[in-house]
Ligand binder design. Sequence first.
Ligand code: SF4
Length: 363
Amino acid sequence: MRENPLKANLEGILQSPTVREAILYERMPDDKVRCGLCERRCLISPGTRGFCGTRINVDGTLYTLVYGDLSSLESRPIEIKPFFHYWPGSTALTYSTWSCNLDCIWCQNWTLSKVRPNPQRSRYYAPESVVEAALRAKDDGLCSSFQEPTLLTDWNVELFKEGRAKGLYCCYVSNGYMTLEALKVLWDSGMDGLKIDVKGDPETYRRYCGGVDAEVVWRNAREAKKMGFHVEIVNLVVTDVNDDEGCLSWVIERHLREVGPETPLHFTRYYPAYRLDNPSTRVETLERAYEAARDAGVLYPYIGNVHGHKYEHTYCPNCGEALIKRFGYRIVRYRLTEDKRCPKCKYRINLRGRHVKKRRILF
Ligand code: SF4
């Protein structure tokens, strides 16, 4: 009798060090499994993968294909994420794996997010080796970024436990589409920073991001804050997609309702990428979004990807004093007191971690 090639191939895949039994799934009838890592909650038949392509069902057991399979690894300023109120001035060892659970047509990191993992060509990084690399580079934290970090959660929880024990902060730059169970696992592993990329109103998610539900993202932002995460919200403003007044107002209104005025809200500039060639976002559109957010009560609005703009700085919400001046991803002046207050009126600023002064010039 001839061997079933699909089965032989699957058994070969299981030999790879980047393939491990997944966390967060349920066994279902007929050897199917239900993935519980993100809110797509894919029902996966034997021999097939979920929507993201990073999880495969082999005979009724779910495996991740990206355990420690890194597609990039480099020190980056935390401001580039952007995190403006989380360990300002620090650098994080920043890394990614492959693929995504959404499908945004303007993806700015599509060379990583649109590639499905191949365990036969993967390269395994042990969590301890990545923590060692961060310490050698004198980084202050670990940041899972570039593509959707939720897909790397199985490995990240081990990395974060190691990293925390060595004094590193741990954070995600995410689309916020994980399950609450995944969020809890991450919190328990020591992660405490979460940047969530909000794509726009429900119509934007339905039409342009692979038909997912905007409510999940806001639920996670709200619940993450309740758990104790430091949260920042980013809205990439895409020309003729989500840049109209109605859509921007919707984001501002939900921001205030779900995560409150103290949570930073960044409007960042889009550049043509992947399957969208609409022109780059007009700076005036970003300025209008910033001013609408500020006037509605958001205490820390920003615009991003417009270097040298005055709306990159942090101003005291109480007296208007410029507190942190930035040029792009670099802090050029930091004026908060030791206890994170405005030096003029003593208003306390929402900021996690401490200011880190780096000697080297970054970007
Ligand atoms: S992580 Fe992947 S396999 Fe799991 S539910 Fe999300 S898209 Fe589906």
